[in-house]
Design a protein around this ligand. Structure first.
Ligand code: PAF
Length: 282
């Protein structure tokens, strides 16, 4: 694997690769890699002649400075995992490399995607995600982009970004299923910050989503969402939301006619660690 810290060097290298007909698959990450990330690399490996991964903890997407400071960093084991997964190129840039002009302003028209659920509870988060993903896409110029379903709302935001930037015909977006630990906890870099007691409680998120899946029926959904919130509270979480939405439009639903495809989504704190998860219901 070749490691690039300078954007200009990577740019030059990828130009030569494109000229010889290489198809580029790209997996953007913030490091602290786990098997979920590696499954994205493996998927990219199957379908592209060149696999590029980036590790960049993007300050502009953290609405909580403490969360940014405490974001786990495990670069040596990340590199070992990527080499093992046969990744070709790693971009590991500094903040100055990614944002050479710190005063540059951007705004992405995300509509309601930015005002509900993650958008509501993490103001500015998706603008930061768009800013960095847009920048990374311009640097890497991939044919295929791989992201995980665990960040369901982020998947829709990135799909929207590709449309907004006129990139959707050049870059195919691939969404890979969430990988889970044996007890159901969705794999996440933030899991590394859970202490032993929190780690025992954490699968309660998945149990709550499954409870909603088991009990969903056409009609009013309000009581079921409240039941999900109470289930999390009883288990020791500080839940922010349990929401049921149309799986494709992402609009939250209070009534279900039994025909729409649904997704249930939640965010909840254990101590100061914020976990999110989601499940397709039908
Ligand atoms: O999902 C992530 O790890 C990040 O939001 C991403 C897409 C790498 C952008 O920083």
């Amino acid at each position: 694997m070749i490691l690039f810290k300078k954007v200009a060097d990577l740019h030059k290298y990828l130009d030569t690769q494109r000229e010889i007909g290489m198809e580029i698959g790209f997996v953007p990450t913030m490091g602290a890699l786990h098997q979920g990330h590696i499954s994205l690399i493996e998927e990219a490996r199957k379908h592209n002649s060149l696999v590029v991964c980036s590790i960049f903890v993007n300050p502009s997407q953290f609405n909580d400075p403490a969360d940014y400071r405490k974001y786990p960093s495990t670069i040596d084991s990340d590199i070992a995992l990527l080499e093992n997964a046969d990744c070709d190129v790693l971009l590991y840039p500094s903040v100055e490399e990614v944002y050479p002009d710190p005063d540059e302003k951007s705004h992405y028209e995300l509509g309601y995607l930015e005002t509900i659920m993650e958008g509501k509870f993490r103001p500015g988060h998706f603008q930061g995600v768009c800013k960095v993903v847009h920048r990374l896409l311009k640097i890497v110029g991939p044919d295929n982009l791989y992201i995980g379903q665990k960040d369901y709302q982020q998947c829709l935001v990135i799909k929207r970004l590709l449309e907004l930037m006129g990139m959707k015909d050049q870059i195919s977006l691939h969404i890979a299923p969430t990988l889970r630990e044996k007890d159901g906890l969705a794999m996440s870099s933030r899991n590394a910050r859970l202490d032993a007691q929190q780690r025992q409680i954490a699968p309660g998120i998945y149990q709550t989503l499954n409870l909603v899946r088991k009990e969903i029926k056409p009609g009013n959904l309000q009581l079921l969402k409240e039941k999900g919130m109470n289930h999390l509270l009883e288990k020791g979480f500080r839940p922010e939301y349990v929401e049921i939405a149309d799986a494709s439009t992402f609009l939250p639903l209070n009534e279900w006619d039994g025909s729409q495809k649904l997704v249930v989504l939640t965010a909840a704190f254990l101590g100061e660690i914020r976990l999110i998860d989601n499940l397709l219901l039908n």
